[in-house]
Ligand binder design. Sequence first.
Ligand code: GAR
Length: 217
Amino acid sequence: MSRKRVAILISGRGSNMAALISAARAPDFPAEIVLVVSNNPEAPGLAHARDAGIATAIIDHRPFGKDREAFERNLQGVLEANRVELVCLAGFMRMLTPWFVHRWLGRLLNIHPSLLPEFKGVDTHARALAAGAKTHGATVHFVVPEMDSGPVIAQARVPVHRGDTPDTLAARVLEAEHHIYPIALRYVAEGRAQMIDGRCMIDGKEHIEPVLLIPPP
Ligand code: GAR
């Protein structure tokens, strides 16, 4: 089995990164994590990646100012130098330009802490609570230029409990994130999930019911 070479892009804690690293240790996992890149030199996730024996790179976005493409050209160079085939965003808090996204279309995944298309953007847990949502969740999707809008590969729905705070809800969602991101990466790395004409096809069929309930009913 030839395993796809994957880079994970982080900005912070890196718990989704850790979940992917751990899943990729399984001998039958169809992808290997070859590189972790952070735009934030202080990202706590970097130490975890290094401890796991994975190459890391820091590309601080700040010297590039408003020139997002210049930052991304550097990033692209590092990805090419490491012969990366798939890129997973895992708490990577930088908007990517169409220049970069088009280079990786169908090979660039993101995880977002909501049931997209609900609650795009930030503060998803507080907004779900304020909206009185009964359930909330997480989505892994292919990245397209428009933020948090690409075709869905996997979703997990979790209940909202009475008395939840943004933090308690975030913790429940995060656990679901750690569950679905490795599943989604496995599907993409195996070529079973593909982005075709802006849709996610799984085993050649349009992905109609992507929601996985956690915990199961
Ligand atoms: C995760 O909840 C992820 O879904 C979210 O940031 C957190 C990162 O945590 N991503 C976004 O909000 C992207 N729009 P982690 O660093 O522990 O994986």
